[in-house]
Design a protein around this ligand. Sequence first.
Ligand code: G6P
Length: 369
Amino acid sequence: EQIEKGGYDHFMLKEIYEQPSAISDTYRGRMLVADGIIKMAGIDDNLAKLLNAKRILIVACGTSWHAGLVAEYIFEDLVRIPVEVEYASEFRYRNPVIHQDDVVIAISQSGETADTMAAIKLAKERGAFVFGVCNVVGSSISRETHAGAYTHAGPEIGVASTKAFTTQITILSLIALKLAERKGTISNSDFHYYLQELERVPEKVKKALESNDHIKLIADTYKDAKNFLYLGRGYNFPVALEGALKLKEISYIHAEGYPAAEMKHGPIALIDEQMPVVVIATKKGHYEKVVSNIQEIKSRKGKIIGIVTEGDVTVKELADHVIEIPETIEFLTPLLTTIPLQLLSYHIAVMLDKNVDQPRNLAKSVTVE
Ligand code: G6P
C-alpha cells in the first residue's frame, strides 16, 4: 500500500496532487487547441440529439452532484439550454416530468451508485436520451447509458472525492464548449480562447498546490473549530458546497456551504469570533458583491479565510488569511478554487488524527439504497 501511495501519506493527498495530470488526461486527444476542434465520440455520434435537447437534466449523488451544479452554470451560460440538477435519490422517487427531447446526464465516479443507476433506468423508460459521465471504465452506469464519456482520472481510492470532481468539471466543460460552438451561442474567437484557457488549467492547478504549506498553517489555526461556513457565488457556490462536504467527510467538523448572498437569510446568525468562514472571492465572479459579504462577516467578528486571485489587495486587507490562486476565465475558476479547500480539509483531518482515506460511516461507492 505504501508503494501505491507513491510516497504520499494518504491516497487523498496523492490524488489531490494528481489533479494537474488527471485534468490533462481528461482533455488529451479530445481537445485539439491549435485546430480549434473538440472530438468526443459519445458527443459526435449523438450531436443532433444533444443540440436539439429542450432541457438537460443532470442526476448524481455526493460530490458528483456538486460537479453537476457547476455544469448547470456552465451549460446555461455557454449553451443556453435550461438545466436542472437533481439528487438521483430524489429524482427516482418523485414522479419527475421527463420528455423525449430531454437529455439526461448522469455523473458518477464509480459508475455503481444505486440511486444514480435507478434514476437512469427511470429516465430511459420515459424515453429520454441518457449520457453518462463516469470514471470507472466498464462500470454498470457506463454500460446502462446510451452514450457517454469517461473522465480518465485514474483510480480514486480516497473515499473523499477530489480528482474525480475536477475531471468531471473538465469533461462537462468540453461538452458544453462543443455544443456551444455548434449552436453558435459563443463566438468563434471565444471558443478558441476558452480552449486555450482550459489547456492552461493543469499548470495553474500546480501553482495552486504550491500554497500547501501556507494552508497547513491555516489548518493548524482552525483545526479545533466546531463549525465552519463556506461561501461562494455563481460558479463558486457549488465549490463552497463541495469544500464544506470535504471537511465534514474527513474531519467530522460540522460545515455548511452557502451562496454568499443567502448568508443574510440565516447563517449570518451563527457568525461570531469562533466561526471560521471560508469565502471564495476571486476577481472573476461577482467580486464586489463578495467583498461586501466579507465586510458583513468582519463586522460580526467572524474569522475570514479568503480564496483570492493572485495579487488581490482588497480582500487581503479585510480577511484574516488569504490563499491565492492563479487567474483564469470565470467558468474555469472552480477547477482552481476547489484545490485549497481540498488541502484545508485534508490537513485539518490529519491534525485531528482522523482516518483520512476511510472516514467512518462512509463508503467509496454506495451500491445499496
Ligand atoms: C459516496 C462517496 C462520494 C461520492 C458519492 C457518489 O458517497 O463517498 O465521494 O461523491 O458516493 O459517488 P459516485 O461514484 O456516483 O460519483
